[in-house]
Design a protein around this ligand. Structure first.
Ligand code: NAP
Ligand code: F7E
Length: 326
């Protein structure tokens, strides 16, 4: 069989880097789309240089998407690019909609015009469930988004469903619950905590300022979740799937495990700061991924405790190397 080409938008992000590794291991030609920046932002894909092809394009610019698709002619398109940090979506609601919502229509429209045979994956989110109407949340649970980000993801989700039904595109939406890794952005709570723990352990900081410790999330490992993205595009018929672990944990539990990993008591270091409380909170998320288990044969492999410890260890190692180099 001839080599398949996959186009990944958001290749410089957490998921883009893990998905690239997975697709390369399966023999794909991987093309990453990135937006132009005055300085390079290749930290997560540095080790993949020379193995992936990079093309400039921006979700805000329709013609750039058409050009990339014409040039690359992919069999699979993974739309991972987005403004993905929930608090920023209150500060920049219009820009978040442009990237995270209308950007999906731009890429679907480009596929419809240039490459309608390509299979399309949309990175939908458990933030669409927001103020949850059912516990646990499945593909059947109605949405009730609680942030401009959540609203934007609902739009992208329904556009994906609509293009599938209107134009018969192989377009699927993965409703992924929170997934983390040592490559997670430093502003997200897991990484903020593991980086903070490492700094306190190494004497680089004394305290960690946090928001709502009672919020609960269903956290999994990003390396496991990108496998589900790929599996969704290998099916005979396009469909949407919830991807989750089926467990929920509070931010306080996360903090407790992370500090315990380095032998510290979190109560001596964590300070609650109202600056990190959100205008509207998503209190509880827990996913029911039985459809993914049954149809895709997908199961998460890394436990919550294993994930937090992996991230703490990676941050301690990274910051220790940096301190010893000074
Ligand atoms: P991430 O680390 O924030 O990466 C986002 C990527 O989008 C970056 O590569 C970023 O590029 C790119 N991007 C942003 N705006 C763009 C634009 N206008 N044009 C082109 N590229 C643009 O996010 P992630 O955690 O990997 O998540 C991947 C996707 O899954 C996102 O759509 C996110 O909303 C969604 N999702 C994530 C989770 C999760 O828990 N991680 C759960 C559900 C859904 P720069 O490097 O240039 O900023
Ligand atoms: O917050 C609470 C905060 O920013 C998780 C994105 O990938 O997952 C992510 O969205 C929880 C919230 O992720 C702090 O209030 C407490 O309840 O790590 P987060 P998120 O908002 O759940 C979904 C699935 C996505 O799709 C998004 O793209 O933690 N929390 N104290 C805090 N959160 C942060 N960031 N910082 C704190 O100090």
């Amino acid at each position: 069989m001839s080599q398949k080409t996959a186009l990944i938008t958001g290749i410089t992000g957490q998921d883009g880097s893990y998905l690239s590794e997975l697709l390369l291991s399966k023999g794909y030609h991987v093309v990453g789309m990135l937006r132009r920046s005055s300085s390079e932002n290749f930290e997560r894909i540095e080790h993949l240089r020379g193995k992936v092809q990079l093309e400039y394009g921006d979700l805000l610019d329709q013609s750039s998407l058409v050009s990339v698709l014409q040039k690359v002619q992919p069999q699979e398109v993974y739309n991972l690019a987005a403004q993905s940090f929930v608090p920023t979506s209150w500060q920049q609601p219009v820009l978040t909609s442009e990237f995270t919502a209308v950007g999906v229509t731009r890429i679907l429209e480009a596929i419809r015009q240039v490459n309608p045979g390509a299979r399309f994956y949309q990175a939908s989110s458990s933030e669409m469930f927001g103020k949850v109407l059912e516990v646990p949340q499945s593909e059947q649970t109605p949405f009730y988004p609680r942030s401009p980000y959540g609203v934007a993801k609902c739009y992208g989700h329904y556009m994906t469903v609509n293009y599938r039904e209107s134009y018969n595109l192989f377009a699927v939406s993965g409703i992924l619950f929170n997934h983390e890794s040592p490559r997670r952005g430093l502003e997200f709570v897991t990484r903020k905590v593991t980086d903070g723990v490492a700094r306190i352990k190494l004497g680089l900081a004394k305290e960690l300022r946090m928001g709502n410790l009672q919020a609960k999330r269903d956290w999994g490992f990003a390396g496991d979740y990108v496998k589900a993205m790929w599996l969704m595009l290998q099916q005979d018929t396009p469909d949407d799937f919830v991807i989750a672990t089926g467990e929920t944990h509070s931010v306080e539990e996360l903090v407790d495990i992370a500090f315990a990993r380095v032998g510290l008591d979190w109560r001596k270091h964590v300070v609650t700061d109202p600056a990190f409380i959100r205008p509207a909170e998503v209190d509880l998320l827990i996913g029911d991924c039985s459809k993914a288990k049954n149809v895709l044969g997908w199961v998460p492999e890394v436990s919550f405790q294993g994930l937090v410890e992996m991230m703490v260890d990676a941050d301690v190692e990274r910051l220790s190397k940096r301190s010893s180099a000074l």
